[in-house]
Write a protein of this length. Structure first.
Length: 281
């Protein structure tokens, strides 16, 4: 096989497109005027600018290199029709990522986010698209049935979580994000294990600042979702937000992952290491 043929064959195997940091082509804002003392008109001009930018796309080929977020945004996303995962520069910094941090902290932070976005390709919505971004069923009937049974477990599990009395999480609304969280942490933890193994180390020691790498990983994961919400806000968000509250994005995930129980020596059958747990991927 020639080099070019080999490269072409390898390219076909890479289905995910990675967009990291910032786009290759910067958006042109030269025709957008911003006045320091004119907030209202700035907002209106911004809306008109964006509308005109969208209208110019009509009848044109899809720009697969376009980003749906700006580089400074502290967020990430997966686009099923493009089958790409996107990580702006804004999230590639502490507390999610730092060159100076231990691998366990980075994998518990940005590693988890990367795994989360990858798993979106196989959640209740992403699984409806094939590897080329086409909306079509690619699972066998038996696979889809088993997949639905597993996701139903998560729906029921998260539906029992309540940030406020009587304000339960909507398990169906949050299913995609919960599936991505639960799958993402497994991907990130496996990546940590592989990284440490390459250095002749393991996740259960030696300790750094009093914690094993596995413990550091889970502590970091918990810290990136720390938040404080007013009761009224929590009651509203469980009705409209496809993400579970931070508390349950952490507790709901780690109680489904036996590596957490091992790391903190939780007895089997305890609340954070239950006998029966949910797993999709």
């Amino acid at each position: 096989m020639g080099d070019e043929t080999k490269k072409a064959a390898e390219a076909k195997l890479v289905l995910y497109r990675n967009k990291i940091g910032y786009p290759d082509k910067w958006r042109d804002y030269s025709k957008f005027t911003v006045e320091r003392d004119d907030l209202l008109d700035n907002v209106n001009r911004g809306a008109e600018f964006e509308q005109q930018r969208d209208l110019k796309k009509l009848g044109q080929p899809v720009d697969e290199t376009e980003w749906g977020m700006t580089p400074p945004t502290v967020n990430a996303y997966y686009n099923p029709s493009m089958n790409d995962i996107n990580f702006p520069a804004g999230i590639l910094q502490p507390p999610f990522y730092s060159l100076a941090a231990d691998p366990a902290l980075n994998f518990g932070g940005i590693g988890m986010v990367i795994g989360h976005e990858m798993t979106h390709g196989f959640d209740d919505q992403g699984s409806k698209y094939d590897g080329k971004g086409n909306l079509r069923e690619w699972q066998t009937p038996a696979d889809r049935k088993a997949f639905t049974e597993r996701t139903d477990c998560e729906v029921k599990e998260y539906g029992n979580f309540a940030p406020e009395p009587g304000a339960n999480v909507n398990g169906k609304l949050t299913l995609g994000e919960n599936t991505a969280d639960n799958g993402g942490i497994r991907i990130a933890f496996l990546a940590l294990q592989n990284t440490l193994a390459a250095e002749g180390k393991k996740v259960d020691g030696p300790k750094s600042e009093g914690f094993t790498p596995a413990q550091q990983f889970f502590i970091q994961y918990g810290q990136i979702w720390c938040e404080s919400r007013r009761p009224e806000y929590s009651r509203m968000m469980v009705k409209v937000d496809p993400h579970s509250p931070g508390k349950f994005r952490v507790n709901g995930v780690v109680e489904n992952f036996d590596e957490f129980g091992k790391a903190f020596h939780c007895k089997k059958g305890s609340p954070m290491n239950p006998e029966n747990s949910c797993r999709v991927w």
